[in-house]
Each structure stands twice: as structure tokens, then as C-alpha cells.
Design a protein around this ligand. Sequence first.
Ligand code: AKG
Ligand code: FE2
Length: 249
Amino acid sequence: MNTQPSSFAPAFAEPFTMAQVDAYDWSSLAGELDGFGCAILPKLLAPEECDAISRLYPEERHFRSHIIMARHGFGRGEYRYFNYPLPGLLGGLRTALYPHLADIANRWNERMGVEERYPDEHAAFLKRCHEAGQRRPTPLLLQYVPGDFNCLHQDLYGELAFPIQVAILLSEPGRDFTGGEFVLTEQRPRMQSRVDVVPLRQGDAVAFAVHNRPVRGTKGSYRVNLRHGVSRVRSGMRHTVGIIFHDAR
Ligand SMILES: O=C(O)CCC(=O)C(=O)O
Ligand SMILES: [Fe+2]
């Protein structure tokens, strides 16, 4: 395991991240997630923070593995899973975002008739993951060049899956790259699928359903199945960072 101190640690202290995350209008974000399966958190990161994270990509010591997507049929492009300890800013965001999303996830599970309830603190949920043999960190940094794309998928890495995840766009559309839209599809029982293209600027985050969410019907709630991906990058370079709250087997 990488035990080097994070290169971000002193500059982005956790109390600051926590206050910044808490300052979003979470009842409105919850309304978006309930209604559409995704919500945008504008300007979660400043441009300098985005650039600092993108620049980590070639620094091997931050990562536990490197995936060339074409080799696995995942699309075209590449990504790296971070090592523990996560860079301070990312670890701080993962901790700060979790309790807000856990409230929403617990309501979703109740409506879907799923028994599992998530604890208030991320550390307690991670402990549950680790006890279930899911010990490897899942936050990841992705890099796309022209022609790259990310096929529709679900980030499931074992039995335990926290139902909402976050992706942050680190590059500026139109300036750093063109194409490369974040897309979300929703497969509804006995109906045709619905698609959302999420308009993000540099530093914006999207919170979205990992695999299932409840939708209100005439006879209570039913469960829909979601996938996310990225359309083809037409020019330039695009980086994103993904924050997944469960760890991997
Ligand atoms: O590059 C993106 O916008 C999507 C990344 C992704 O699949 C993820 O964060 O799980
Ligand atoms: Fe993903």
C-alpha cells in the first residue's frame, strides 16, 4: 500500500471541503436525483484544483492500477484507480459528500423495498465494505483523447454497492476538448429507455444513480435500471475524476 503523505494535504483541509459541500442546496439536489436520477453540483472544484488533479495522471505512485479500456471492451481511453491514502482533497470530498447522499440512498431503498440502510458516516460504510472483503479503493482518474469514449456501464465491484456516485469534470468543454458528453440511460420496465446528456463545465460534479433508483408510478414506486457513459471525444483531452463510495473486491 502507498503510505506517502498526500501532495494536497495541507492546502485543502477537510473542514473547508465539508463546509463547501454542506453549502449546496441539498433538498433541491435530492429533488433532482429523485426526479431524474442525477443532479449537478456546479463548481465543486476550482479550475486550479481540477488542473492539479489532472496532473496526477502520469504519477504512478498515486495509483493502484491502470486500465486500458479497449482491452476489456469498456470503450476507448484509459483510467487509473487511486491508492489509499487518497489525495487529501478527494478523500475529503468522498467523506463530505457521503452523508448527504446516504440520506437519499436510504429513502430510495425504503421505496424500492431494499432492506439495507447506510450509516451516517462514510468510515462506517467503508468498514462494512472492508469486512465483506471489498478493501480496494475505487476513486479513479480518467483520461480521454480524440476518438475515446466510455461505454454504458455500472460501477459495481462486489455485493456491497452504495447506490449513488459522483463524477467531476476536470477539463473545460469547448476549450480543452469537444464531444465527450456525460450520458445517463434509464431502462424502465416494459418501456423504452430514456437518455439524459448532462451539461457539465470544468469543476462541475454530477451525482447519479449507480444501478437502480425508484420511480413513482400509479401503484407505488417501481425500480429502474441506470447506466452511464461518455460519448466520443471529438478533439482535445478530457479528464474526469470519479468518486465511488463502495470499495472493490
Ligand atoms: O468520464 C466520465 O465522465 C465518466 C466517468 C465514469 O464512468 C465514472 O466516474 O464512473
Ligand atoms: Fe463509471
